[in-house]
Design a protein around this ligand. Structure first.
Ligand code: LUZ
Ligand code: MOS
Length: 757
């Protein structure tokens, strides 16, 4: 089954926000943001700007009829700054004009005076000053204090990871127009139509049923539109409601880069203790999450960091504490992996540090400590259907890693200025929203009189192929041609109270809700068939659009069956609901069973480094990944490839930089380097591990969106190994991204004090 969007994408017929035809009289909105990172607003003068030709109106906080509040988890975020600004780019006003050009010109005429305060951009400094977004959280298992004395080796260090731009191809935006009776229709480029609906309702002081949110597809999201699509839709909705006009907002790339949150940078301290036979006995870490100026999704992201702090390893004694630090940067937000990647980098850094000081390859420690069946994670969940060791072994076997390692050693011995390095990267990622109530979904199916089927769910298509999977699920379940099924847009009037399409769980949750609806309809259809064919319902089956009785084909076809059911006045519509069973979590003790299941896999990554210039390439990424019983291996492999490249980008080249004053320096594609086709690995090979797949994955096809991003972490360690092959004394911080600049500096550095990095 090909991706159903393939032809539309290639021919340019797929509809994104910018492809929606504009109604006559549509106005264009543009946000005006703060140009300082911290301070009081003393005065705001929009008069000159409002008088500018083409400008219709400028909105500020005082124009909001409802609440000036957009925070989802904690109520600390405003739509428009009123008394103070907390980061550069924070929206203060909205310019609404006849065209984008006038709005842009007028934006320069807004005058604000501030009483500036010192900007804080470093999370450790924020923590020192007591600036936390919410109280810290600690996960603990075993007895860490006792464990240290039992360790033969104890190592300490620090690990830092930078932020990451989402760089969705389609920037943030929304198009809102009035409907009759003061209702609003909202087209939003959002992962969470209900979040948008709910927040607009709050900002406008309206009940939710007056707001209809519709999504056809997104041009990428990666977590950046889980929470942060909302503000822009609220702004367009405010203007549309006040002016009774259609209003469009669509961020320019520079505005999007400056004004929106990104992956959280983290800075962490770690301490790792091993026995002499290299079992990790104890691991302690403190994470300082750079949360930015408001909470956004940070509590949930901190949670996932704490869950994934041991990655694929079983460690009996763990203590992990995480602080979400309030800084004067845009609120950092969800990004593919959702705190998991940052945490996994810390444990991998700790293992690498131990390996380097013990003078052994890290993979010996990694392999020894892989989690096994029935081991208990530090958060209380028992590991089931574990494929950590199996995927590890399969990578070694299928890709002859031992041979590669020897070849690399020979290569390095023969080449004084070009070095290669290899690293293994196992991944274990939990599937379910860590907030239990979010693990539910709904679906609505109509079977039309001609036997064709329309399916609506809460899933948002953002290029990940969820619509193709949903279509497969419906057509497989009814055993009808895929051509008979259409996946409708995502719309809050058809499917309400949706969770955002996030946490890799879009297909699982919505697919299971769809199955529930299909189930109800099939039962009704079987009743009709048994009545028509005068047989009992248990003997009826539908195979390839033909009704079978006790395994024998009858002359009753799908189309006729539907017609018959309709004439018999049977409802041909059904709603489905799904709530992931068995999951729970007790935050008072930080223990439970938060995840439906885990996704496992292992990558071997080879890097090649020109030691004169610091230029490198990622030669090979070789993966064995556990898809379960994949619904669509082509789509899933596409997810793996994209995620790996995105992960490598984060680890090696995408350097998010802010000045001390909180100004985004990497504010365009010339200063922020994302992987292009030349930077992508020369080969990515991914083999599917043959597994049955867990019952809680939809049709046993495992979630795939986020887990493979973390294979990219291996690129950092492969490069590190290449540097050390050139200069075993090299001083290399565990400080990602490992850009060519850092690589070059470290190639010719020496470790200042043995054992500290
Ligand atoms: N979003 C969310 C997520 O709200 N909760 C989660 O647990 C999550 N995990 C991964 C990605 N997005
Ligand atoms: Mo997400 S990081 O929106 O799954």
């Amino acid at each position: 089954m090909n991706n159903i969007d393939a032809i539309g994408h290639v021919t340019g017929q797929s509809v994104y926000l910018d492809d929606i035809p504009l109604q006559e009289g549509t106005l264009h909105a543009l946000a005006f943001g703060s140009d300082i990172a911290n301070g009081k607003i003393i005065s705001l003068d929009v008069q000159t700007a409002e008088n500018f030709s083409g400008v219709i109106k400028i909105f500020t906080a005082k124009d909001i009829p409802g609440e000036n509040r957009i925070g989802g988890i904690i109520d600390d975020e405003v739509l428009f700054a009123r008394d103070e600004v907390l980061y550069i780019g924070q929206p203060i006003a909205l310019i609404v004009a006849k065209d984008d050009y006038s709005a842009r010109k007028a934006r320069k005429l807004i005058k604000v005076t501030y009483e500036e305060r010192e900007a804080i951009t470093d999370p450790r400094e924020a923590k020192e000053k007591g600036l936390l977004l919410f109280p810290p959280r600690t996960f603990e298992s075993g007895n860490i204090e006792d464990a240290w004395s039992k360790c033969d080796h104890v190592f300490e260090g620090r690990a830092d990871t930078g932020g990451q731009e989402h760089l969705y191809i389609e920037t943030q935006g929304a198009y809102v127009y009035p409907l009759e009776n003061e209702n609003l229709k909202v087209h939003s480029s959002t992962q969470g139509p209900t979040v948008v609906q709910k927040t607009i309702a709050r900002v406008l002081g309206l009940p939710m049923h007056r707001i209809e949110v519709s999504v056809t597809r997104l041009g990428g999201a990666f977590g950046g539109k889980e929470d942060q699509a909302t503000a822009w839709a609220c702004m367009a909705a405010l203007a549309s409601r006040k002016l009774h006009k259609p209003v469009k907002i669509s961020l320019s790339r520079p505005d999007d880069m400056v004004m929106t949150g990104k992956r959280h940078p983290y800075s962490s301290d770690f301490r790792i203790g091993l026995t002499k036979d290299l079992k990790i006995l104890a691991f302690e870490t403190t994470l300082f999450q750079n949360g930015g100026a408001a909470t956004d999704l940070s509590p949930a992201i901190i949670g996932r960091s704490l869950f994934h702090i041991t990655n694929s390893y079983h460690i009996p004694n763990v203590r992990a504490t995480a602080y979400s630090c309030k800084t004067n940067l845009p609120p950092f937000t969800a990004f593919r992996g959702f705190g998991g990647p940052q945490a996994m980098f810390v444990i991998e850094a700790a293992i690498a540090k131990a390996a380097e000081l013990l003078n052994i390859p890290a993979r010996i420690i990694q392999e020894k400590n892989l989690i096994k069946e029935n081991d208990v994670f530090h958060y209380g969940q028992t590991a089931k259907n574990v494929h950590a060791a199996k995927s590890w072994r399969e990578v070694l076997n299928q890709f002859q890693v031992e041979n590669n390692t020897k070849e690399i050693e020979d290569f390095n011995a023969q080449n004084p200025t070009v070095k290669k390095g290899l690293a293994m990267m196992p991944v274990c990622f939990g599937i379910s929203f860590t907030k239990i109530p979010m693990n539910q979904a709904r679906a609505l199916i109509h079977i039309y009189q001609d036997g064709s089927v329309g399916v609506s769910t809460g899933a948002v298509e953002m290029g990940q192929g969820v619509n193709t999977k949903l279509l497969q699920i419906a057509s497989q379940f009814f055993s009808i041609s895929p051509a008979k099924v259409k996946i409708e847009t995502t719309n809050t009037t058809r499917v309400a109270n949706t969770s955002p399409t996030a946490a890799s769980s879009g297909a699982d949750l919505n697919g299971n809700a769809l199955l529930d609806a299909c189930d109800k309809l099939l039962l009704r259809l079987k009743k009709t068939a048994s009545k028509t064919l005068k047989t009992d319902i248990g003997s009826i089956e539908i195979i390839d659009e033909i009704v079978f009785v006790s395994g024998k084909a009858t002359s009753l076809k799908w189309k006729k069956l539907i017609e018959t059911a309709f004439l018999d006045r049977v409802s041909l519509s059904a709603v489905g609901h799904y709530a992931t069973p068995v999951i729970y979590f007790d935050k008072t003790v930080e223990k439970g069973r938060p995840f439906a299941y885990h996704v496992y896999g292992t990558a071997a990554i080879t890097a090649k480094l020109d030691c004169l210039r610091g230029i490198y390439s990622i030669e090979k990424v070789q993966i064995v990944h556990d898809f379960g019983n994949s619904l669509n291996l082509m789509i899933d492999l596409g997810q793996v490839e994209g995620a790996v490249v995105q992960g490598i980008g984060w680890m090696t080249m995408e350097e998010l930089r802010f000045s001390k004053k909180g100004e985004l320096l990497s504010n365009s594609l010339s200063t922020y380097k994302v992987p292009d086709i030349y930077a992508a690995p020369e080969t990515i090979e991914c083999k599917a591990l043959e597994t049955e797949g867990p019952e809680l994955a939809v049709l046993r096809s495992k979630a795939v969106g986020e887990p493979p991003l973390m294979y990219g972490i291996g690129a950092y360690f492969a490069l590190r190994n290449a540097i050390r092959a050139f200069n075993p004394e090299a001083h290399i911080g565990f400080d990602a991204p490992l850009t060519p600049e850092k690589v070059l500096l470290s190639l010719y550095s020496v470790t200042k004090v043995a054992g500290t990095m």
